[in-house]
Ligand binder design. Structure first.
Ligand code: HEM
Length: 508
């Protein structure tokens, strides 16, 4: 009895003792709450704890659509909504103006912020993850290497050579994966341009094999456990880096021995001679350029093959444009394509623009807010993740007429909107067209990508008729891929060079 009295006394004493502290804590909390700005967040749902809405956001859907998740969210909340994605509170933007604003304000209000797993696999010096001065330095090396002048003097010739290598291997009436062929073309081109590797050589083929495993991991769940695609990709990454390092050492050795001058024609030679990057930095730069330059362009070429097989009118107009170029060249006795020929490929550029608009190779970008930002009355709090969804703008029916249809003519006469008479001048649409991103991180290889597509299309339409051998379509996983590899059957044209007119087709 005495014991319990004693204990209750001490309880009440304890409460009395803690009361002032509890009161002051409460007061502090109220004050902090008051001082904190009241954010007017966009509407939206934060989904499940930790997982948020990530699973729904990443569910695969047809690449020429926005997918159920985005469509439902936009109709429920509008073009700017909040969510919880990739483990972080996020503002998702399908708003053309906000997307542009985010990309233009890189480094000031927003900053590139890809998931940590991307840095793990592409490397901490990869351009996708770098920010600030180091990004600027790496970018200027890449821009130098992909400059307009180099496109004219080196790359155009190489692009044509690699295109012909792939297209000439196609057998009459054969069926194969167009996506794999496009990948072969862009890989060979990048391997040649980056490290002077020759297509078909055992070392190039070995590197390609490792690269396929590496790629599977880049697009898989980042689970570093035995047997997972991610773990295998990390192993392939280290094999690829060892390969590049060996190439680097060989070059340095040969130069020291005076056997060979450092080759300047490829990226490896250029960075060894002109930059003071560390070995680790060079390796990550080379790997990330191989990745950036190979995956995206090959998907874009596969998409063009796919869209064109469903649009005979566009194929015919392409044939007219390209036979005219060939005819003019024959008259002047030339065979290889040059920059002037490329500049004549005007309708081809419309086909390229439309392919990138409808196919959306890169669907959204990863950013975070560096400061509290207010846009159209909504607040984006500092530290929140921000996803500008560029695909949503390209498929927006308030900007593009019939946005889900492949209409290359919408790009003629700057008529990006795509109205039925195709004669109106440009609207806001072309300003919001951003397949290569924008602002200070605009794709460094956009001109090369367009050149690759144009030269590939040139030889494709002049030499082949193709059709789908099996139904397939592009899906967004969110990386774009054809589940069956886009199987096509091809037939050679009976192109009458004497007449130099539009080739005659034999339909399968
Ligand atoms: C159709 C093909 C391509 C598409 C759709 C594409 C798209 C993009 C996009 C949207 C970005 C911006 C990423 C961001 O802001 O977070 C980007 C960046 C980049 N792309 Fe491409 N790309 C293509 C082809 C290429 C090629 C052929 C190369 C050449 C090697 C290349 C090299 C790069 C590099 C280095 C960056 C990083 C730029 C920086 O951070 O400053 N891309 N690309």
């Amino acid at each position: 009895m005495r014991e319990s009295q004693a204990s209750s006394m001490s309880d009440s004493q304890l409460v009395l003792f803690l009361l002032p502290s509890l009161m002051s804590l409460l007061l502090i909390l109220i004050l902090v709450q008051r001082r904190q700005p009241r954010f007017n967040l966009p509407p939206g749902s934060m989904g499940w704890p930790f997982l948020g809405e990530t699973i729904g956001y990443l569910r695969p859907y047809s690449a020429t659509s926005l997918g159920e998740f985005m469509e439902q969210h936009i109709s429920r909340y509008g073009k700017i909504y909040k969510s919880n994605l990739f483990g972080e509170p996020t503002i998702v933007s399908a708003d053309a103006g906000l997307n542009r604003y985010i990309l233009q304000n890189e480094g000031r209000l927003f900053e590139c912020s890809y998931p940590r797993s991307i840095g793990g696999i592409l490397g901490k010096w990869s351009m996708l993850v770098l920010v600030g001065d180091m990004h600027r330095d790496m970018r200027s090396i890449s821009l130098n290497f992909l400059s307009h002048a180099r496109l004219r003097t080196h790359l155009l010739r190489e692009v044509e050579k690699q295109t012909l290598l792939v297209l000439n291997s196609w057998k009459e009436n054969s069926t194969f994966s167009a996506q794999d062929e496009a990948k072969k073309f862009t890989f060979n081109l990048m391997a040649r341009h980056i490290m002077s590797l020759d297509p078909g050589k055992p070392e190039t083929e070995q590197l390609k094999k490792e690269y396929v495993t590496f790629m599977k991991g880049v697009v898989s769940a980042p689970l570093n456990l035995p047997g997972t695609a991610y773990r295998k990709a990390l192993q392939s990454r280290s094999t690829i880096l060892k390969f590049i390092e060996r190439k680097m050492d060989e070059r340095i050795e040969r130069t020291k021995e005076g056997i060979e001058n450092m080759e300047e024609d490829d990226l490896l030679g250029w960075v060894l001679k002109h930059s003071n990057l560390s070995t680790e930095q060079i390796l990550d730069l080379i790997l990330s350029l191989l990745f950036a330059g190979h995956e995206t362009s090959s998907v874009a070429i596969a998409l063009a093959i796919y869209f064109l097989q469903g649009c005979p009118g566009a194929v015919q107009q392409l044939q007219e444009e390209h036979s005219e170029i060939v005819r003019a060249k024959k008259q002047s006795g030339e065979t290889e394509l040059n920059w002037e020929d490329y500049k004549k490929m005007e309708f081809t550029q419309c086909v390229i623009s439309e392919t990138l608009r409808l196919g959306n190779v890169v669907r959204f970008l990863h950013r975070k807010a560096l400061k509290d930002v207010r846009y159209k009355g909504y607040d984006i709090p500092r530290g929140w993740k921000v996803l500008p969804v560029i695909a949503a703008v390209h498929l927006d029916c308030s900007l593009f007429d019939q946005p889900h249809h492949f209409i290359p003519w919408r790009w003629q006469n700057n008529n990006a909107r795509g109205s039925s008479n195709y004669t109106n001048t440009t609207t806001a649409a072309s300003n919001h067209y951003m397949p290569f991103g924008g602002g200070p991180r605009l794709c460094a290889g956009s001109e090369l990508a367009k050149l690759e597509m144009a030269i590939f299309i040139h030889h494709l339409v002049l030499n082949y008729y193709w059709e789908l051998a099996d139904a397939d379509q592009a899906f967004a996983y969110p990386f774009v891929d054809f589940p069956k590899g886009l199987p096509i059957r091809v037939q050679h044209h009976s192109f009458t060079s004497k007449n130099c007119c539009i080739p005659v087709f034999r339909r399968a």
